[in-house]
Ligand binder design. Structure first.
Ligand SMILES: [Fe+2]
Length: 276
């Protein structure tokens, strides 16, 4: 058990959870479930885990961080591949990892994608295949010219034509994108959810902005965007502690609760599709 600031916490190896000891000596089990909605854990499909061994190491690291459930979100680059071949490729990688991880104390894995925004993304029905599990939520990565190229129109089309709500991946990364302020205003007005990377709180150039985005109410999800145990490791536990201490425990608890709600949405959508 470590002591830091007002809190004592521990993450159990067998049953991931965080215990917070308050100053009046009461102990509350605050977390039982944490979903990480953004990770590159599938073996050999993108710039994340290079092979099955690394995938398992990442799952172990996530589990040690208290992550009980994780969405694998390999990069989908529309200029490189069509949706069918992407789904086929990542589906096979997912099965390999699922078989390797089965029966072990590791997070449950769900399938999604980190979709790079492209013009007219909302016009094709096939894009539904890129959502998280069987939900209508899709992790959307922006590029430098997204706002200039018609992002707002396309998000409206995604919602209206396909019923898909995008979750903007690592919102803190686009501060140099032309139209960033307009983007923030649009996301807020349209109630489009966004995510920040756990690692951003430990990088000089993104920590301040990440904190500001959270305080200003633009961020709904905290995720690891982990790629490997060495270069881009999962830092969920550290980020939750950092946020709790720096911004207040209501923010860290809020991220955990939102992840739990998203997990419920994933499970509900699986059940609905099974019974449809
Ligand atoms: Fe990513």
């Amino acid at each position: 058990m470590k002591r830091k600031g007002k809190f004592k916490y521990t993450v159990s190896r067998c049953l991931p959870c965080i215990f917070i000891e308050f100053t009046d000596n009461t102990i509350k089990r605050v977390i039982t479930i944490i979903l990480d909605i953004h990770s590159h854990i599938l073996p050999g499909v993108d710039d994340g885990a290079a092979d099955l061994d690394e995938s398992v190491k990442l799952l172990e690291a996530l589990f040690e961080q208290g992550v009980t459930d994780v969405v694998a979100t390999p990069h989908f680059y529309p200029m490189d591949e069509d949706i069918d071949s992407f789904k086929d490729r990542i589906g096979r990688a997912y099965l390999r990892l699922w078989e390797k991880a089965a029966g072990r104390n590791l997070p449950n894995i769900y399938l999604g994608a980190e979709v790079l925004y492209y013009r007219y993304i909302g016009n094709s029905d096939a894009v539904k295949e890129l959502c998280i599990g069987k939900t209508n939520y899709m992790l959307l990565e922006l590029s430098e010219n997204s706002v200039r190229n018609g992002l707002f129109e396309d998000i409206a089309a995604l919602r209206e034509n396909q019923g898909i709500t995008p979750i903007i991946a690592h919102l803190e990364r686009y501060s140099r994108v032309p139209g960033y302020k307009k983007l923030l205003k649009f996301l807020s007005q349209e109630k489009i959810p966004a995510q920040v990377n756990a690692s951003s709180f430990f990088q000089k150039n993104s920590a301040v902005l990440s904190e500001k985005l959270i305080k200003d109410g633009y961020v709904n999800f905290l995720a690891t965007d982990c790629h490997s145990c060495s270069a881009r490791p999962p830092l969920m536990k550290q980020a939750l502690m950092y946020i709790s201490e720096k911004l207040g425990s209501e923010y860290s608890s809020g991220f955990i609760r939102n992840s739990q709600i998203m997990l419920e949405v994933i499970k509900d959508s699986e059940n609905e599709k099974q019974h449809a």
